[in-house]
Write a new protein. Sequence first.
Length: 147
Amino acid sequence: MKIVIVGLVWTGTTVVLPVVDTGLPWHIDLFFFGLQRFVLVLILMIPFEIRDRKADSRELYTLPQRYGVRPTQWIGYLLILFLFVLTFMRSRFSEGEVLVRLGLSLFLFVLIYFSRNQSGRYYAGLLVEAVPIFYCAALWWVLYGLN
């Protein structure tokens, strides 16, 4: 439940509020964009959930506590596949976007694969948290920097 709340807050803050603030009309592409953001946040939370499995209170019932590390990783892999497929659900997308999201998906797969209970101090805290920065920079470069 915790990761769903975090995902909803991030999606609301980074997709819904900017759309409302700018007055853009709602359309299906915005829905899929918001869904992609929500799924990305869920995926990025998985290494933290695995790392904190033993430290978290048992009452939280996090995915790794409830199902174990390996099944949680498989949930992450399925979410990564879903994230990539969502790229093609939008009415407009570029070849560059597809390549960036493919690269993101592969990198997320590696991050989740190497997530362990005893991950290094900076694994989740630095490497995983840097993903959105590099993802944003890559998308910006592909969409605006190749003109």
